[in-house]
Design a protein around this ligand. Structure first.
Ligand SMILES: Cc1ncc(COP(=O)(O)O)c(C=O)c1O
Length: 289
C-alpha cells in the first residue's frame, strides 16, 4: 500500500509522496539512466553508511555522472529523511538520474541530475525464514557485464526475480559460464568443509555491503574464508549456501530448484555467522518477527 503522506526527498525538498513529481523526459524513466542505493537503518542508525556512500560514488563514476552532494551532505540529508519517518527500522532508497532532457542517447550537457530518496519500514526476514531457510531457483546469468554498478536499469534482475516468484522461491541464483555469480537481488556464498567460500567482487556481481559485513563477522568468529570463483558443481555439492543483502541480512538456502539442499535445514556455520551478524548491528527497536 502506498502512503501518499509519506515524506520523501526530491531535488532539494522534502515533500509528501503524492506531491513528488518528475518529468516523463527524465532519463531515469526513458533510459534507466541512473544509479541507486539501499541503506538499512536500524533503530534510526544507518548501517555502514560510509560503505554505501563509497559504493554510490563508484556507481556514479561508472556511469560518468557527477556526484551531486558531498559525503557530509548525503549523510545529513539521509539522516533528515530518516528522522521524518514514523518507524525506527528503515530501508532508505536513494536514486540519482542523469536528469531531464530531449530524448537522445548521448549525455545531455548542463542538465541537473534528479535526486530522489524515500525510506520505508525495513522488511527483515521472518523468524521462520531464518530458522528454516529459504527456497531458490537457478538460472543462467544473462545480464550485462557491469553488474558491479548499482544501476536503476534492472530489467535483467527483474526478470530473474520473477522466475523465483513463479517457482515459489525467494530468489534466483545465477551461474555464468559455469560459475556462480549472485542472485537477482542478493549475493550468494557457500560453505564447504567449515570454510566460507565467496565469489570475488569482480564486474559480474554487485559488491554487496552485506557480503562484506558477513565475511567480516565470519572472520572475526574464527571461520576460515576463501574468496574465489565457485563452479556450478561446487555450489550444488556445498554443505551450505547463503544469500546476503541489506534487507535479507544473511539467510540460509535450504531448497534449490524444488529439491532439498544440503541437510535441508540451516547449517551450523550459518547459525554461528547469523548470530555474529545480529550482534554486529545497531540494536533493532521493533523486531519484525
Ligand atoms: C544484484 C544484487 N546483488 C547483491 C545485492 C546485495 O547488496 P547489499 O548487501 O549491499 O544490499 C543486491 C542488493 O540489492 C543486489 O541487487
Amino acid at each position: 500500500m502506498l502512503n501518499s503522506d509519506q515524506i520523501v526527498y526530491l531535488n532539494g525538498e522534502f515533500v509528501a509522496l503524492a506531491d513528488a513529481r518528475i518529468s516523463v523526459l527524465d532519463r531515469g524513466f526513458i533510459y534507466g539512466d541512473g544509479v541507486y542505493e539501499v541503506i538499512p537503518i536500524y533503530a534510526r542508525t544507518p548501517f555502514r553508511m560510509p560503505q554505501h556512500l563509497k559504493r554510490l560514488r563508484y556507481s556514479l563514476d561508472g556511469i560518468r555522472l557527477a556526484n551531486p552532494y558531498t559525503e557530509e551532505e548525503w549523510d545529513a540529508l539521509i539522516c533528515e529523511l530518516a528522522a521524518k519517518q514514523p518507524f525506527d527500522d528503515q530501508a532508505l532508497y536513494l536514486q540519482i538520474t542523469r536528469g531531464v532532457a530531449k530524448r537522445d542517447h548521448a549525455f545531455p550537457q548542463g542538465v541537473a541530475p534528479t535526486v530522489f530518496m524515500m525510506s520505508n519500514p525495513l522488511p527483515l526476514p521472518s523468524r521462520e525464514q531464518v530458522d528454516k531457510g529459504v527456497a531458490v531457483v537457478t538460472a543462467d546469468d544473462n545480464r550485462w557485464q557491469r553488474c558491479d554498478l548499482k544501476t536503476t536499469s534492472l530489467l535483467g534482475n527483474v526478470l530473474m526475480r520473477q522466475l523465483a516468484v513463479d517457482g515459489g522461491a525467494v530468489e534466483t541464483v545465477m551461474f555464468r559460464d559455469g560459475f556462480l555469480t549472485e542472485a537477482s537481488s542478493s549475493n550468494v556464498l557457500i560453505v564447504k568443509g567449515g570454510k566460507v567460500i565467496a565469489p570475488p567482487k569482480d564486474n559480474l556481481i554487485l559488491p554487496g555491503i552485506t557480503y562484506d559485513a558477513t565475511l567480516e563477522v565470519a572472520r572475526d568468529a574464527g571461520v576460515p574464508l576463501d574468496v574465489r570463483k565457485v563452479t556450478r558443481a561446487e555450489a550444488f555439492a556445498a554443505d551450505e549456501m547463503w544469500l546476503s543483502s541489506s534487507t535479507k541480512e544473511v539467510l540460509a538456502i535450504t531448497r534449490i530448484d524444488g529439491a532439498p539442499f544440503g541437510a535441508g535445514t540451516p547449517g551450523p556455520v550459518f547459525r554461528r555467522v547469523w548470530q555474529a551478524f545480529q550482534a554486529s548491528k545497531p540494536k533493532v527497536v521493533a523486531e519484525t518477527f
